[in-house]
Write a protein that binds this ligand. Structure first.
Ligand code: HPA
Ligand code: ZN
Length: 346
């Protein structure tokens, strides 16, 4: 597939995306009704009005609470398809979707239901939109590592269609080190590895997930800039960093978009892609993130193409599919003078 020369945005992969973070308030209320679950808000507008976060934890509290409306395979499939439709409209060609399986299992939803629902949603969504998807099981840092070990056992026993494992949730105060055995076993079974680090925590958290967990890419990593040695290593090894500027502003990891380190990260030669993280909660799908940083930092077409190519190169797709997608990005890069505004899907 070649990018039509008139697309306002490059084709891209989304690598840092929490499925639960795509739950729009309207869908949350319709699932609450379908499953007879009470939400402590009068209506979708009231829920959306609560999206005023002071830090990562204040967001995670609401995110975990709202996720309780997700109960059946059908719910997970519907959520996944809704995300892929919106992603496709914004130019996403491939999405690697993290799911907080422990959250759902802990409140009594069978693991098989969640996995089957997401897998069905990815298959149906790809058939409808052409956007391919991979499922990443995100271990939760604030919960015991033994639970992650058991989850991995269960996923392997189910032969679940999982491409990789991740590490998410509360970063500060919860060490990544206890998750080393689960990551090592995941690697031994051929699973790919990513981990959140240096979103709110210090630069050495990046070193920790690389050395202790064997992470192949780092989610966020913005505070790596505080340590030149960490930056030098990330540049040398071209470790993919899945950066989420709108999320960082909404969770106050950075004070404003103008002060976001994205330009410094690019200038340092870091391997950065743009991502949304939790687009429903932060008010920005990845195309909107691209638009916001392009406007804020006057990004050139070349810089936007570089970011998009990095998204495919940092993906867990096989090399030949990466090459095809990158060729489409290069076609977009070369199609100059065709930046007329248009609908997100054009
Ligand atoms: N950081 C950590 N965990 C998360 C995030 C995040 O930005 N979003 C959803 N889970
Ligand atoms: Zn995240």
């Amino acid at each position: 597939m070649t990018a039509p020369p008139t697309t306002p945005r490059p084709p891209r992969a989304e690598l840092h995306l929490h499925l639960e973070g795509t739950l729009e308030p309207e869908l949350a209320f319709s699932l609450a009704e379908r499953n007879r679950v009470a939400l402590p808000f009068a209506d979708p507008a009231a829920l959306r009005a609560a999206y005023d976060f002071t830090d990562l934890q204040s967001f995670l509290d609401l995110y975990h609470a709202t996720s309780q409306v997700l109960r059946t395979a059908e719910d997970f499939a519907d959520l996944t398809v809704a995300y892929l439709r919106r992603a496709a409209a914004g130019g996403v060609r491939h999405a690697e979707v993290m799911v907080d399986l422990q959250t759902h299992v802990a409140r009594g939803v069978p693991l098989e239901e969640v996995v089957a629902g997401v897998a069905r949603g990815l298959a149906d969504g790809e058939a409808e939109t052409g956007v391919s998807g991979l499922l990443i099981a995100a271990f939760l840092r604030h919960r015991p590592a033994a639970e992650a070990d058991a989850l991995l056992d269960d996923l392997l026993a189910l032969d679940a269609p999982v491409a990789g494992v991740g590490l998410a949730s509360t970063e500060v105060g919860f060490s990544a080190a206890p998750f080393a055995p689960a990551f090592a076993r995941a690697a031994a079974h051929g699973l790919r590895r990513t981990a959140h680090a240096a979103e709110e925590g210090p630069a050495w958290h990046v070193t920790e997930v690389l050395d202790v967990l064997g992470a192949e890419r780092v989610d966020h990593g913005i505070r790596a800039l505080e340590d030149p040695d960490v930056v030098a290593r990330l540049v040398r090894d071209q470790v993919p960093l899945t950066v989420c500027p709108v999320s960082n502003v909404r969770l106050r990891a950075v004070p404003s978009l103008a002060e976001h380190p994205l330009p410094r990260m690019l200038a340092a030669g870091l391997n950065v892609s743009l991502n949304s993280d939790d687009p429903s909660y932060f008010g920005g799908y990845v195309d909107e993130v691209d638009d916001a940083v392009t406007a804020q930092f006057h990004l050139t077409r070349d810089q936007r193409a570089d970011l998009a190519a990095a998204s495919f190169r940092g993906s867990f797709l096989p090399a030949e599919r990466v090459a095809t997608h990158v060729a489409d990005v290069e076609a977009w890069r070369g199609a100059s003078g065709n930046t007329r505004p248009g609908p997100a899907a054009s």
